[in-house]
Design a protein around this ligand. Sequence first.
Ligand code: ATP
Ligand code: MG
Length: 295
Amino acid sequence: MSGAPVAPHPGPAQNSPATQAETIFEARGVNLRFGGVHALTDVSFGIRKGELFSIIGPNGAGKTSMVNCISGRYRPTDGRVYFKGRDVTGMTPNHRAALGIGRTFQNLALFGHMTVLDNIMVGRHHLLKNNFLTGPLYWLTGARKEELAHRREVEEIIDFLEIQHVRKATAGTLSYGLRKRVELARAIALKPDLILLDEPMAGMNLEEKEDMARYIVDLNEEFGMTVVMIEHDMGVVMDISHRVMVLEFGKKIAEGRPEEVLADPRVRRAYLGEDDDEEAPAAPAAVVPPRKEVA
Ligand SMILES: Nc1ncnc2c1ncn2[C@@H]1O[C@H](COP(=O)(O)OP(=O)(O)OP(=O)(O)O)[C@@H](O)[C@H]1O
Ligand SMILES: [Mg+2]
């Protein structure tokens, strides 16, 4: 399970179309240092198209750092990252967003003074063909039609996440759980192929967590988005992930199906704080039904 990468590691020029279709994202030998802090050390892994892939590990293990290397917020000190077969290591977050990488943040990043609707619309800016230059030609350039279609899609996302009742509310006045949902709506509005969710359920009660888990599963299965999720709740992780990668002190210590990872002695020792001779923990109670396999 750990060790062998998901896809073979040929140079980018030798990437076959089949490999590209299978692996939507790949990290090769990623290192990230902040002065003397080694946030990530030689991390390699691949994410298959259509997969719900979770990254777990103790606090400070490098999970957010890894997600930042995927989104482009951080550039690896060493190593390369590939998205849809392209080397995106040097690309800005905006460039990567335009290629199809969307994200939410561990700490909420909504515009508190704006309405829910406006917060979600912000996420779609780069999808609009018309801008402030064509703005004066609003009625002539098709900008109006485009805006209507745009609003319709936003309304669909609002329906999907069941936030119709707060669409006109100021984001800053909402409960924590609802704000997390709005943030997800904004990330979905970008229509990403790969969505990065950094602790989407942090601070939620059980009911809110169950709802969020279902939205994430639906997003993956119905919208067809590939999902990378960082989550501390092992029950949710084990329930909804196709595969899990475990980081500890910036290093990958395991990768595989949830049940494989859960049974791995290194994971039990490092992450669950168990001794070698203890029994493997039973799988946590199901929050949502087991996932379908990704080919
Ligand atoms: N911008 C930064 N500047 C300096 N050090 C950083 C920075 N970002 C992360 N680090 C350090 O890198 C290491 C990994 O941090 P990271 O935030 O990736 O961990 P994490 O696994 O997401 O933890 P948590 O579960 O607490 O969110 C930590 O030692 C952290 O202090
Ligand atoms: Mg983090």
